[in-house]
Design a protein around this ligand. Structure first.
Ligand code: ATP
Ligand code: MG
Length: 158
């Protein structure tokens, strides 16, 4: 587990962009943390690092559930906040994304723990002040461990 603090949305985006350069096809990021913690902000920076075209607006997919962006590796930005049961997840074909060849950034995956793929990088954001956020990063499975070893740079090990 690593913990790192950011002092504004720009810093969170820059940190996330570095991760965007490291991911490989099939990687899954699980983003958790309360409303306004910075999950979507993180995905915005991550998308830029992954090569989503400058000027592409990364909006919250709350009403769409899944938004796809072309990039070095296709990005699937998924938000499960509004889903109430697992049947709906089957309908959107969540597994098709989670176990596909793109990269997934999933907000609120922690609402459905049984669906979390064994291999993933978890990033929990907590609000530490008006512009301060703490990111707690945990790696699961071999890819999660490899990403955690490489990122975040300077993140304190525990
Ligand atoms: N250090 C920081 N890192 C990220 N966001 C920050 C930071 N400081 C302030 N903010 C602000 O916090 C808000 C985070 O909003 P964002 O939509 O990313 O949250 P979210 O976790 O996706 O919320 P939701 O659960 O509603 O989807 C933005 O308005 C952003 O500017
Ligand atoms: Mg969001």
């Amino acid at each position: 587990m690593k913990r790192i603090n950011t002092r504004g949305p720009g810093e969170t985006r820059r940190l996330a962009a570095r991760l965007g350069k490291l991911v490989r096809p099939g990687d899954v990021l699980a983003l958790s943390g309360g409303l306004g913690a910075g999950k979507t902000c993180f995905v915005q920076g991550f998308a830029r690092g992954l090569g989503v075209a400058k000027g592409t607006r990364i909006a919250s997919p709350t009403f769409n559930i899944v938004l796809e962006y072309p990039a070095r590796i296709p990005l699937h930005h998924i938000d499960l906040y509004r889903l109430t049961d697992e049947c709906e997840l089957a309908e959107i074909g969540l597994d098709h994304y989670l176990y596909g060849a793109g990269v997934c950034a999933v907000e609120w995956l922690d609402r459905f723990p049984a669906l979390a793929p064994p291999d993933r990088l978890e990033i929990e954001l907590t609000i530490a002040g008006p512009r301060a956020r703490t990111l707690t990063v945990t790696g699961h499975g071999p890819r999660g461990a490899a990403l955690l070893a490489a990122w975040p740079p300077g993140g304190g090990h525990e």
